[in-house]
Write a protein that binds this ligand. Sequence first.
Ligand code: MN
Length: 233
Amino acid sequence: MSVVFPAKPITLLKTTGGDDFPVNRVFCVGRSYAAHAREMGADPVREAPFFFTKWAETVVNAAPEDDLEIPYPPETTSFHHEVELVVAIGKTGSQIAVEQAQSHIWGYAVGLDMTRRDLQAGAKAKGRPWDVAKNVENSCPTGRLQPIAGCGPITAGAISLQVNGALRQSGDIADMIWTVPEIIADLSRFYTLAAGDLIYTGTPAGVGPVVSGDRISCEIAGLAPLSVRIGGS
Ligand code: MN
């Protein structure tokens, strides 16, 4: 086989064990935490969580030792942080039952779903797709992936984000409107989930803008931390 130009390398997310996890697709959940749904003007009781997608290449390794800097993206003046629990799928499946969902989890990480909030607000107002707001290059800095075999299922625990050392987002995984198994089961109604898929499971309240030079630090209890610097545009 010959190709007309070299194929792009597969995106690799580093794991705590040292092996790389090949990233297949990226799914994101909207409105996972009631308090964040309210701050975005939605009613978490009436409106169920929903899904959107990003390219695999939006994922970038962001352990503190990676010393990652991402550029401030073009065409926005409101680049927002969203800290999220990332669930990595390790086994193919569709129409997955809630009771079986945990067996499809390879592991967990702490990740960011960075967002051009101004473009998202404009898209919402006009009923347009969110792609240019959400599917932003380098918009998913992610910490080391922890295998579930080493930590067990995560159903509760503190999730937090700091900007330049000041606490901006704080919540608990237990406060998600839908549990991780329920999210996997629901998503698998629409797609055949495959090993390598990542699910960014939504963010707690406190989202806000960053500017060039800011340092974002994120933690989820029991997982390796995340650190990323916002560079120039
Ligand atoms: Mn998000």
